[in-house]
Design a protein around this ligand. Sequence first.
Ligand code: HEC
Ligand code: HEC
Length: 321
Amino acid sequence: MKKSLTLLLTTCVVFLFCCTNATDEEKKEVVLKEPASVEELGELLFFDPLFSKDSSISCASCHKPAFAFADNIPFSFGVDSTPGTRNTPSAMNLADRGFFFHDGRAESLEEQAKGPVENPMEMNMPFSLAIDRLKKHKQYASFFKKHFGQLPNLENVTKAIADYERSLQTADTPFDDYMSKYDTTLFSEAAKRGRKIFNVKGKCFDCHFGPDFTGDQFRNIGLFNGKELNDSGRYVVTKKASDIGKFKTPGLRNAKVTAPYMHNGMFKTLKEVIDYYDQPDKFVSNSINRDTLLSKPLNLTAQEKADLEAFLISLTDRQFK
Ligand code: HEC
Ligand code: HEC
């Protein structure tokens, strides 16, 4: 008994000694699964905290898989618990988009990926430092050699992340079953009625159209008043007065799980979003430059609102059920 206790204690001491003697790099280096493609290499990068200054957060810390790669709070926290100033959008269904960020300041996913790494409110470090870390990492260095024939560099790292993001397309929904196979098992009568309201009375389709329910345009739905609502959106990029308060029209797939909504996360539920579109002045009476599509109240009945919500919910991929 005494002997085994001594043995146990010695093992603990040796273990402690080894661990405290390990360098920071060794302690953090986890064994990664060999990626079979560039896309899978991108997946490893997306989930790796190595991209943040203090190795505390990864892309997935804000773009959470369970919420369709969006966040479930108005403003995500970056390194040192610094909150951002805009809501984290879903990183899914972006393969066909031509603009990224709420103000569209990046025009490709490759270009977009550089943003969060260097942003002081997000990962807060020069991209070159991330590249250095990857080059020094034995496994990553060999993965990049295998898939790109080169060591990690700005181009291949952003390409891998972008390829992974392009793979995050979702079309396994009750709505898609209905459209492709007239299968109404899950596309309810309410969702059918809601689709009509979306297309006609609600005027949603005028801005949210195409396979992912976005026309990829910048529009002003009235969430800028120059006071407490002071993010001028697209104007930050173009400096054109007509762009004040315009934001990228987001796609609506999986909206059920990407709450809270809008660039500033001001609406907690889809019901609130629908109430807003129904009577924008009740929420923001002094908005500047609001689109004329929203100039009159929609006057939706309670039933119509519920139907519209049922339609939005029918755009949820089965993986989020
Ligand atoms: C601290 C939280 C945070 C981290 C970490 C983060 N993001 Fe984001 N992401 C955001 C926010 C907030 C926005 C919107 C910013 C804006 O519009 O100005 C955004 C926007 C995006 C977009 C644009 C989506 C669209 O619809 O236009 C993509 C793609 C994206 N991030 C991918 C990434 C990748 C890749 C990483 C890791 C390299 C990453 N993000 C790390 C919070 C984060
Ligand atoms: C004039 C164009 C326009 C019309 C009409 C419109 N939208 Fe939008 N929608 C937008 C824009 C732009 C945003 C992003 C605003 C922001 O980020 O502040 C948005 C955001 C949303 C969001 C939030 C998505 C997210 O992930 O944050 C939902 C949900 C939505 N709209 C549903 C609807 C519904 C339902 C209707 C019809 C009742 C509708 N929209 C009508 C342009 C429009």
